[in-house]
Design a binder for this molecule. Structure first.
Ligand code: NIG
Ligand code: FE
Length: 414
């Protein structure tokens, strides 16, 4: 059965060049088509273009027509950095921060990631799965059509496997494209505070082999930061993961620039994420690399920490991806519409740059740029149709609201 979407006032982010990502000045360019149609066959985009050039179809009995009613059509967001599977919210820490404690002070007092880990260790797999599926479906309605999900709230073999098993079940049962990331090196458990290297050994020698053998992770990740893991730890972990053919995406430069960016780039990381604190060497390390700088503005917003120097990075020719960092501690929102607004308002990106950063560039940052991220023949029909909006810039302008009318995943309205 074919599906045709008609009456599209503007089709956003079309591409017939099979681009992998866009960088520097090219980030401010997007292709659009006015008064357009899209044809979908078996969940895949089979044609698109100007409505006046539509060839029509042979078999009118075997077609499903979706009327966009003059709305615009975008490729769905690719959210390339989330911690979607967690046991409980952490609003008590939110209140402590309102009263003046910092994110780091809360973590030092037993809150933060270790707080989430205790809660998750005491939660059964089925409950984790059901709650994560609800979150995932809520995000799909907000326009997210692909998502990367990390472990990292387990911090024991048993609990890390539990999260990765939940992510596997989400992959099997959801139409959304999902990638999983093993983040056992998210924080050092209390019992290893004095011998952190022993915990890293468990990650490398015990967790990683089981996870690799059972195909539970598409990527590996580590939180490289003062009080968490060092650049040397990052190097040891990424080299070990390489021997299993697992590529890295790393948490680096959230509070300190330690050299984790250069090390990640040198070891072939697909993305480096956070980057609130950047110096010239960090930018230099990323130039002409294949590693995607991924910015998480909801985390800066929620924690009131500095925003990444995105204008400088783009002017130096770098690409930028934007993601939500959805997690209970530093970004309890996975709303990519809000991420888009923060991109414009706080990072001073143009709406075109934000569209590239939340679609093709974030698709690249999670390894799905061949199947998602642009409106192209042969790519998955993961799209959203907007209400009547005066321009595509309205999406980010209209912050805190969703202009999305319908979401289509694999060619089907959800
Ligand atoms: O990406 N920075 C490290 N990890 C998460 C936050 C985790 C938490 O606070 O629970 C992040 O912001
Ligand atoms: Fe994160």
């Amino acid at each position: 059965m074919k599906t045709v979407i008609k009456n599209i006032s503007k089709l956003i982010q079309t591409d017939n060049t099979q681009k992998k990502f866009v960088s520097g000045n090219d980030m401010s360019k997007i292709e659009t088509i006015d008064n357009a149609f899209i044809e979908i066959n078996q969940g895949i985009i089979s044609d698109y273009g100007d409505m006046l050039e539509w060839k029509g179809i042979d078999d009118w009995n075997n077609i499903n027509i979706i009327d966009a009613e003059g709305g615009m059509v975008f490729p769905t967001y690719c959210d390339s950095h989330t911690h979607l599977v967690f046991a409980k919210s952490r609003e008590e820490e939110f209140i402590s921060r309102i009263k003046g404690l910092s994110y780091q002070e809360i973590a030092d007092n037993g809150g933060g990631i270790l707080n989430s880990a205790i809660k998750l260790q005491n939660q059964d797999e089925d409950t984790l799965y059901k709650e994560a599926l609800i979150r995932l479906n809520d995000l799909a309605k907000l326009g997210t059509g692909a998502i990367e999900i990390k472990s990292g709230y387990g911090l024991t073999i048993e609990s890390e496997l539990k999260i990765l098993q939940v992510i596997k079940r989400l992959k099997e049962n959801s139409e959304i494209t999902i990638k999983s990331t093993f983040l056992g090196a998210h924080a050092v458990p209390k019992e290893f505070k004095k011998n952190k290297k022993d915990y890293l050994k468990i990650i490398i020698n015990e967790m990683l082999p089981i996870i690799a053998k059972n195909n539970l992770a598409d990527f590996i990740d580590i939180f490289c930061e003062v009080g968490y893991f060092s650049v040397e730890d990052l190097q040891d972990l990424l080299i070990a993961a390489k021997s299993y053919n697992i590529t890295a995406k790393t948490h680096v430069n959230q509070f300190n620039s330690l050299g984790g960016i250069k090390k990640s780039v040198d070891l072939g990381a697909l993305s480096v994420d956070h980057l609130e604190v950047m110096n010239n060497e960090d930018i230099l390390a990323l130039k002409n690399s294949k590693c995607m700088p991924t910015i998480l503005p909801s985390c800066s917003f929620f924690l009131s920490i500095p925003y990444s120097p995105v204008r400088k990075m783009i002017s130096e020719g770098l690409p930028i991806a934007l993601a939500s960092d959805f997690n209970p501690g530093s970004s309890p929102s996975g709303n990519m519409n809000f991420v888009s607004s923060l991109g414009c308002i706080k990072l001073k990106m143009t709406p075109e740059e934000v569209i590239n950063a939340t679609t093709i560039n974030s698709a690249y940052a999670m390894g799905v740029e061949k199947e998602l991220g642009t409106i192209s023949i042969g790519k998955k029909a993961n799209l959203f149709i907007t209400k009547h909006i005066p321009s595509y810039s309205y999406l980010a302008y209209n912050f805190g609201e969703s202009v999305i009318n319908k979401v289509i995943i694999n060619g089907k309205v959800i």
